[in-house]
Design a protein around this ligand. Structure first.
Ligand SMILES: [Zn+2]
Length: 199
């Protein structure tokens, strides 16, 4: 292991295909990390063919990301835009990348992190501890329900756990989080299922 005396750490951002173009710590202790996508193309929103992203940028978005040394962190990005010259009226498309969904206020990594926080906890607790709105936590659950498992990424099933999350206080609506603990101790989310009644 190499030791550095500068008192600085280099930690991986865990976001593929981006360059960090700036970082900032706000007065209230939030890390803002400004990034730019390295990817040059995106599928046209109409015909699906890969188009070059040379049509400027869309509006800046700020996405909640994994905490850094206990501080809230946010990824700031101005998504690239491309124009399809084959489609009628030459429509423009905002670049789609794998690490966040458009209209989501979180990175996918943060959505998964929230699911782990919800295990054995309530939505109200997680909302309070993480300082995210109740609806933002619900949104994260909704996006996870739709996610399909990439089984190739799961080394082995190890210990499979099923945990219930109470969706609404006082109402008997639950979601179930299915997790697998890997040999290295990492907990992977296999699925989030909606269920109406506690079994
Ligand atoms: Zn097109």
């Amino acid at each position: 292991m190499a030791y550095h005396s500068s008192g600085k750490l280099t930690i991986p951002l865990d976001i593929p295909d981006v360059d960090i173009i700036g970082t900032e710590i706000t007065r209230d202790g939030k890390y803002i990390i400004e990034v730019e996508s390295r990817l040059e193309t995106t599928p046209c929103g109409i015909c699906g063919q890969a188009i070059k992203c040379s049509y400027g940028h869309g509006a800046e978005v700020e996405l909640r990301h994994l905490p850094i040394l206990g501080y809230e962190s946010y990824i700031r990005i101005r998504p690239k835009r491309g124009q399809c010259l084959s489609c009628l009226h030459e429509p423009t498309t905002t670049q789609v990348v794998g690490w966040y969904e458009q209209r989501s206020p979180h990175t996918k990594a943060y959505d998964r992190y929230l699911m782990k926080q919800l295990i054995g906890s309530t939505i109200e607790d997680v909302s309070r501890k993480e300082k995210v709105g109740y609806d933002a936590v619900m949104g994260a659950i909704g996006r996870q329900v739709a996610v399909e498992v990439n089984w190739e990424e799961i080394e082995n099933l190890g210990t499979v756990g099923i945990d219930e999350i109470a969706l609404k206080k006082g109402r008997k609506e639950y979601a179930a989080v299915i997790t697998a603990r890997q040999d290295n101790g990492e907990v992977r989310i296999l699925a989030v299922l909606e269920e109406r009644k506690k079994r």
